[in-house]
Design a binder for this molecule. Structure first.
Ligand code: GDP
Ligand code: MN
Length: 362
């Protein structure tokens, strides 16, 4: 789950990473004069969970006296299509130089990797493409609580060594907060010292419970309901809904859709022993996704009984065509029930997927 800048900065404060003085408001009327202590100029920062706010008009540098007026304007805007519901009001840092630092997991090496660049502030993807030598990386075993100094020297190259404690603190944040990404862009040098001028933290969804986070804000309503039902569910972009049992069978259904030139709308694994109401919930959930034209149900009856599955599909009664591939326990009974209601039941998984791709193309 992505944390907003101000939430990440609250964590940074706990770890002694310097951040600008600031407070958040949900409407201009909540501006209470605290910003007057921040100096002649302040920064208004839209709290939305996408990057590149600066370029998109979500970061406003203004005179402290104009806080109310500028905040009112910012609240009426949409930044990259997202309405502004919260603004962070901060002291303006007198920036001398901007750096980039981030920590993420190197999935191939299965250990944290730290990226640093003296070319901060701008979009790092751009730097990575046009000037990859400007980004230093080191990989570090998570057994260590601190980045060894020889690695730190390699990372910083000619950058001031005063940045090192901040990077070490960021590494602690990364480890202790179960982060998948911890990023400061820009990490800035000012006359008053070093500051994290921006903050990004993505917490591993599997660690939310341990981190005391009860609700995963990043889930769609359907994803949240799927979680309650106990389904493994991921939303994709296509028009063919997919329901399977077992991750392997569901994945191979997705692969076949791709193979026959279709686009899956989702991944949904109902799990083992899926009874009537589970199947019904799954079919209805997938049917509610906008853009779903057809649904493939690909279930193998083991513990799962095909007649239960058939009853669940019929109960769901969704408007889209449902193509069913059933095999295994009580297969015959299940097929009879569906046939009676006019469902399409190709004999093989290949045929089921082909039929669905054809319907999706109509
Ligand atoms: P992002 O565009 O969403 O990454 O938002 P940032 O918080 O990184 O802000 C974008 C840019 O605005 C930064 O790279 C800075 O150049 C500028 N900026 C943000 N805060 C300050 C500040 O306190 N002082 C100054 N001078 N510039 C700032
Ligand atoms: Mn930034």
């Amino acid at each position: 789950m992505k944390l907003l800048e101000y939430e990440a900065k609250d964590i940074f404060r706990e770890y002694n990473i310097p951040v600008a003085k600031g407070y958040t408001v949900t409407k201009a009327g909540e501006i209470d004069g605290r910003e007057k202590e921040f100096g002649d100029e302040i920064v208004l920062k839209a709290q939305i969970d996408v990057g590149g706010r600066g370029k998109a008009g979500g970061i406003i540098i203004t005179k402290t006296g104009d806080a109310m007026q500028e905040a009112s304007k910012l609240f009426t805007k949409e930044i990259k299509g997202i309405p502004v519901e919260k603004i962070l009001i901060e002291e303006k840092l007198p920036i001398l130089k901007e750096y980039y630092v981030s920590i993420t997991i190197d999935r191939s090496k299965k250990i944290p990797v730290i990226l640093f660049s003296s070319d901060g502030g701008v979009e790092i993807e751009e730097t990575a493409r046009t000037n990859p030598d400007a980004i230093q990386t080191v990989r570090i075993t998570p057994i260590l609580h601190e980045i060894p100094s020889f690695m730190m020297r390699r990372l910083l190259k000619d950058a001031p060594k005063e940045l090192a404690p901040v990077i070490n603190s960021l590494y602690r944040v990364f480890c202790e907060k179960d982060a998948l990404l911890a990023e400061i862009n820009p990490l800035v040098v000012t006359e008053k010292g070093i500051y994290a001028a921006d903050a990004k933290l993505v917490i591993d969804d599997n660690a939310l419970y341990r981190q005391g986070i009860k609700v995963n804000r990043d889930l769609t309503d359907r994803e949240r309901r799927a979680e309650e039902f106990g389904f493994s569910y991921v939303e994709l972009e296509g028009s063919i809904g997919v329901i399977g049992n077992g991750a392997g069978l569901t994945m191979s259904t997705l692969d076949l859709i791709e193979y026959y030139g279709g686009k899956a709308a989702n991944f949904l694994d109902v799990g083992g022993g899926a009874a009537r109401d589970r199947v019904c919930n799954a079919v209805q959930l997938v049917s509610e996704m906008p853009g779903v034209k057809v649904i493939v149900v690909n279930l193998l009856g083991g513990i799962t009984r095909c007649d239960e599955v058939a009853a669940g599909i019929i109960d769901a009664g969704v408007p889209q065509k449902v193509v069913v591939r059933l095999a295994g326990t009580n297969e015959h009974a299940g097929r009879e029930m569906l046939k009676e209601k006019g469902y399409d039941m190709p004999d093989t998984m290949e045929d089921a997927v082909k039929t669905a791709v054809e319907v999706a193309e109509e």
